[in-house]
Ligand binder design. Structure first.
Ligand code: NAD
Length: 256
């Protein structure tokens, strides 16, 4: 059980982050939800999770494109035992047309935010002699696809950061790992479909089957529950010696 552990999950108002927060709450952890907005719905979501799992849950707004805000999130939570770096965005374009502002935003949110949150959270974990850092990378942290230069670069970067932090934390009860999902049907993926339809000149069903799930031999999307379950496992005692590595949840993508 993760009772007595405080988990912070960045970008957790939807998709994978929400699935991970629910799985950690189900295992008994106190959870801190995060996104960059600060609406009634955000706080209501935390209340719903607290009620459903009989745990403490809070929503703390912080923009993961802003380094000071990333560090501020860890501080505002009052420290953390489990840090899940999940916030992420995507943009799809050929490199010669790739907007510089999109490149900078993707590197900031998908990679640099984790540098800041880990730097803020790791000393407290080391002091306590227990901690779990789980970075949500991607199959694109291990392989590439055309037109996703910033995303692939950031996700390869987070895999490198994962290994480095694991070494800096080794032997201190703190592990750092990355989960590499294949395609999970979330709002982020939904938003890619029109772009992909345009880029490839295909209809929705064809783009899903031939382009998106073309690399995923199962031809099935992974679910947010499955990613949550993997994160909960990495936070368990059974995973104490799993560190500095990646776990793929990709229907066989990286086996090809
Ligand atoms: P999503 O769009 O459903 O959720 C992203 C979350 O991040 C949202 O809660 C959003 O509010 C938050 N967010 C965005 N910008 C933020 C910012 N500046 N500050 C704070 N929060 C911010 O996306 P998702 O598909 O659930 O993706 C979550 C993570 O999983 C991302 O890192 C993504 O790269 C990764 N991933 C997704 C898939 C997939 O198929 N969906 C596959 C591999 C990896």
């Amino acid at each position: 059980s993760l009772q007595g552990k405080r988990a912070i999950v960045t970008g957790s108002t939807s998709g994978i982050g929400l699935g991970v927060a629910e799985a950690l709450a189900a295992a008994g952890a106190e959870v801190v939800l995060n996104s960059f907005t600060d609406t009634e719905a955000d706080h209501a979501l935390a209340e719903r999770i607290a009620h459903a799992h009989r745990i403490t849950a809070r929503y703390i707004p912080a923009d993961m494109s802003d380094g000071a805000a990333c560090r501020g999130l860890i501080e505002a939570a009052g420290g953390c035992d489990i840090l899940v770096n999940n916030a992420g965005i995507q943009h799809v374009a050929p490199i010669e047309d790739f907007p510089v502002t999109q490149w900078d935003r993707i590197i900031a949110i998908n990679l640099t935010s984790s540098f800041h949150t880990i730097a803020a959270a790791l000393p407290g974990m080391r002091d306590k002699g227990w901690g779990r850092i789980v970075n949500i990378a991607s199959a694109h942290g291990l392989t590439a696809s055309p037109f996703k230069s910033a995303y692939v670069s950031a996700k390869h970067g987070i895999v490198g950061l994962t290994k480095t932090v694991a070494l800096e934390a080794a032997g201190k009860g703190v592990t750092c790992n990355a989960i590499c999902p294949g395609y999970v049907l979330t709002p982020l993926v939904e938003a890619q479909i029109p772009d992909q339809m345009k880029t490839h000149g295909m209809d929705r069903e064809t783009v899903i089957r031939e382009v998106m799930l073309e690399r995923q031999p199962s031809r099935q999307f992974a679910t947010t529950d499955e990613i949550g379950g993997t994160a909960a496992f990495l936070c368990s005692d059974a995973a104490a010696q799993i560190t500095g590595t990646t776990i793929s949840v990709d229907g066989g993508w990286t086996a090809m």
